[in-house]
Design a binder for this molecule. Structure first.
Ligand code: PLP
Length: 376
């Protein structure tokens, strides 16, 4: 049986051309970009080039890109950086990733006023609710571009206008969007935007933060003054080169690959609908990523489906976790008000560049067997 990896929203494999681009920077070109000799200069040139490649993919300027260790670091930098005095107001959506929600909770505990913007039943951050929660004293609004569980693409540009109208900055966690759909920082109205390397075929351990020209933040890491003083620590040259190459790869074919992956999604949806089970596609009707299907089956528990998926060599995610007899439903499904019978039986399927229509058909066939075996 061939393994079927349908968990690309958790992480992607490193693309062969990304690995090839990185390799010399572990070997011959191992220099420190801060050194004034040929080893250092070569490393610095590689980092500069990766900055250009990363900026190009999101239509930014190279000097607006800060390389970080991960999306979590980018998100934490923006949230904590806006409230050094632990005062003022922050608005975040109810369906942000924990790397936004946990800093928001920490800020709330130390004096910042925090509002959560609710979502509609199909998972869209509700602009009418946003308008009520973006206040004259709001300093920062943080709304993700694509939700990691549902794949729902959020009305970021509309909410950015509201943020700017009260003089607040707009942060967009685009970890799940960059490389999958066209991202344009100006079109989105983003002042800050988070990129995660390992969600777009670069390795884990590297991310980026776009900071619009003219925006500034107190650095999260202090030290040798790398990244223009905005993020100290010797640059992780090889991984940064990997991120640059992954961005260059996405730049070449993001629209074509998006269309191809949408066809795979349509095939999976059609296949699963044909199983005759009580099923609900979360985020149906909302604009969604081309590679994500978050689907709930009434009468099933996600943990049971996932254990069978291990046997069938399918890799996928769940929307609910079991703790003994108790089931915790994800905060995203809770925010959407999904009925418990569908929430508890929710799995996330997310495919990628190497997934084929054959893989989709094979996935549906194996899921059919699983559902028959464990069905109510
Ligand atoms: N933001 C979103 C939307 C994500 O999906 C993830 C990872 O799942 C992150 C942030 C955090 O990424 P990392 O764990 O690489 O820092």
């Amino acid at each position: 049986m061939r393994p079927l990896y349908f968990d690309h929203n958790a992480t992607t494999p490193v693309a062969p051309r990304v690995l090839a681009a990185m390799r010399p920077y572990f070997e011959a070109h191992f220099g420190n970009p801060g050194s004034a000799h040929i080893w250092g200069l070569r490393a610095k040139k590689a980092v500069d080039e990766a900055r250009e490649q990363t900026a190009a993919l999101i239509k930014a300027r190279p000097e607006e890109i800060v390389f970080t260790g991960c999306a979590t670091e980018s998100n934490n930098t923006v949230l904590f950086g806006h409230f050094p005095d632990r005062a003022g107001h922050l608005a975040v959506s109810a369906v942000e990733h924990p790397s936004v929600l946990a800093p928001a909770r920490a800020l709330a505990a130390s004096g910042v006023e925090v509002s959560h913007i609710p979502v509609t039943p199909n998972g869209l951050v509700d602009p009418a609710e946003a308008a009520r929660r973006i206040l004259p004293q709001t300093r920062l609004v943080s709304v993700m571009l694509a939700q990691n569980e549902t794949g729902v693409i959020q009305p970021v540009a509309e909410i950015a206008e509201m943020a700017h109208a009260v003089g607040a900055a707009m942060h967009v966690d685009a970890s799940q969007a960059v490389g999958k759909i066209v991202v344009d920082v100006a079109g989105l109205g983003a002042d800050f935007l988070t990129v995660a390397g390992h969600k777009l075929y670069a390795p884990k351990g590297v991310g980026a933060l776009f900071m619009r020209r003219g925006m500034d933040l107190p650095p999260y890491l202090l030290g040798g003054g790398q990244e223009g003083g905005r993020r100290s620590g010797t640059e992780n040259v090889a991984l940064i080169v990997g991120l640059g190459e992954a961005c260059a790869m996405a730049m070449e074919d993001v629209a074509v690959e998006e269309a191809r992956q949408r066809k795979i999604g349509a095939a999976i949806e059609a296949g699963l609908s044909g199983l005759g089970l009580a099923m609900r596609i979360h985020g149906q009707g909302a604009p969604r990523l081309p590679n994500t299907l978050f689907v709930g089956f009434s009468g099933f528990r996600a943990a049971d489906i996932l254990s069978e998926c291990v046997i069938e060599e399918i890799g996928c995610g769940a929307g609910a976790a079991c703790h003994g007899a108790d089931t915790t439903v994800s905060h995203v499904l809770t925010a959407m008000g999904v009925p418990r019978e569908f929430a508890e039986g929710t799995i996330r399927l997310s495919w990628g560049r190497s997934t084929t229509l054959d893989d989709a058909a094979e996935l549906v066939a194996r899921l059919k067997n699983i559902m028959r075996r464990i069905g109510p």
